[in-house]
Design a protein around this ligand. Structure first.
Ligand code: SAH
Length: 445
């Protein structure tokens, strides 16, 4: 059943409470034991359901004025009304000026995530249909579908839909609801995706650890349609089997599409080492690109089994591929001790630092694997090294890699800086969206 709230076209457009100290009035009315305060009891412009309002502390509206879509709990002065998690709330500055419509998250450190900066907007099915249609149009304009049928069609905050991720693998869509806002609109979102994309199946992978931090239960299952027995994604002419139900994240890492292709163009006649290979993404491109040998390492047996199936699916030369189920930190040490050498190494680890609080520990882990990576490279070899940690900035990542090269005793130059593929756009006002950073380094010959 849709949780969509009815739209009230006759609702008058309520003007902002400019200049008045809205917060004081709210507090006073609470002290006096008065009923619901004035602004909350009036219907909102076009959002009759959004009676509650979040009133910010003085000066804490600044980041919102720069259009950053999050408000942390520490910036909230008081809540006017009793919103439930996922409800649409109006955000006001201390003077009562309207700032945004946003989704309230009772259990999150991020108390609200902005849906819209426009007071006239109505947060309803039509609003979500427009946002999703805009996201689809942006992808169509990028012409990403040449020899590929996989694409991220909704990328959360960067597409104006905080907390919502939708990945497309052929005619299967996988959606991930990461916060209370999209959770509240779950059925509406599924209806719109069905309407606009007519997929065979919409599968939900709302089972990330982040859901728990948001006070939401984990969910994994079919939302619409029937899941085909074998889901595949075509990427630059390569076929990859995708385990949407039990694979990592939404089943596959679309963000590395272009970077994998770049690796493929440089793999000819090289001995390649692909660490954290998952279902063999970089390995398959390297094999197709004419690599002499490809050693791929991952700690997940399921991922490695799928990777080998992917080699067969693409009729690539399996005799050139070696697979190792191991911890990369240990495996790299063993390779060093065995004096193995490679011409091209890929290091694409999981997120070591989800937030800046983990940066120090994560930095040590990045330095460790990169130092070992540098040591395993032949002179003139290439290192493709990545971080998908939101808590590690581009600058910090480059510093860590510079430190690793120094300690490994190699001189290296940056050949190219890499980011996520363009179907993972980054909103200028939301730099956190630029989570994936990569460097291609060439060690001196
Ligand atoms: N490069 C891949 C995506 C990598 S995702 C691609 O292009 O598709 C990160 C991978 O690291 C996952 O497959 C996970 O199983 C693996 N992993 C996590 N920790 C590991 C560890 N300590 N040693 C080996 N593999 C690890």
């Amino acid at each position: 059943m849709s949780k969509e709230k009815p739209r009230s076209p006759s609702t008058p457009h309520r003007q902002s409470q400019g200049g008045k100290d809205f917060r004081k009035r709210v507090q006073r009315s609470k002290e006096a034991g008065a009923p619901a305060p004035q602004p909350a009891s009036k219907p909102r412009a076009g959002n009759p359901s959004a009676k509650p309002a979040i009133i910010l502390k003085a000066e804490r509206e600044k980041s919102l004025q720069r259009r950053h879509p999050w408000i942390f709990s520490g910036a909230v002065d008081c809540i006017d009304g009793k919103p439930a998690s996922g409800d649409t709330v109006a955000v006001h500055d201390v003077a009562g000026n309207f700032i945004a419509w946003a989704a309230y998250s009772a259990d999150s450190q991020i108390t609200v995530r902005v849906w819209s900066w426009h007071e006239k907007d109505v947060i309803d099915k039509a609003f979500f249909r427009q946002r999703i249609a805009d996201a689809l149009a942006a992808r169509t304009a990028l012409s990403l579908d040449r020899d590929s049928n996989g694409m991220r069609i909704v990328h959360g905050e960067s597409d104006g839909l905080p907390g919502l991720i939708v990945d497309k693998y052929g005619d299967v869509l996988v959606m991930q609801l990461g916060s209370a806002g999209p959770e509240h609109w779950r059925e509406t979102i599924a209806d719109i995706l069905q309407e606009l994309c007519t997929p065979a199946c919409i599968y939900e992978r709302s089972d990330s650890d982040g859901r728990e931090r948001e006070g939401l239960p984990k969910r994994n299952g079919i939302v619409r349609g029937t899941l085909p027995e074998n889901v595949e994604v075509l990427e630059n002419g390569l076929r990859f089997a995708v385990d949407v139900a039990a694979g990592q994240k939404t089943g596959y890492y679309l963000d590395q599409r272009d970077n994998r292709a770049f690796t493929g163009t440089l793999a000819a006649d090289r001995d390649v080492l692909n660490c954290f290979c998952y279902t063999g993404g970089f390995s398959l491109y390297a094999l197709r690109g004419g690599a002499k040998s490809v050693l791929s390492i991952d700690s997940s047996l399921e991922a490695l089994e799928l990777a080998q199936r992917n080699v067969e699916l693409n009729r690539l030369d399996a005799s050139k591929a070696e697979w190792q189920c191991a911890d990369v930190f240990e495996a790299l040490r063993k390779l060093r001790d065995q004096n193995r050498k490679f011409d091209l190494i890929v290091l694409d680890p999981p997120k070591f630092a989800p937030t800046a609080a983990f940066a120090e520990k994560a930095s040590r882990a990045y330095k460790d694997i990169n130092l070992l990576g540098f040591k395993l490279l032949r002179p003139g070899g290439l290192l493709f090294t990545y971080s998908c940690s939101g808590g590690i900035s581009d600058d910090l990542f480059q510093k860590i890699i510079a430190g690793a090269a120094l300690d490994a005793g190699v001189d290296a130059q940056i050949v190219r800086k890499l980011h996520a593929a363009p179907d993972h756009p980054v909103l200028l006002s939301f730099p956190e969206g630029a989570y994936l950073k990569g460097l291609v380094l060439r060690v001196a010959g």
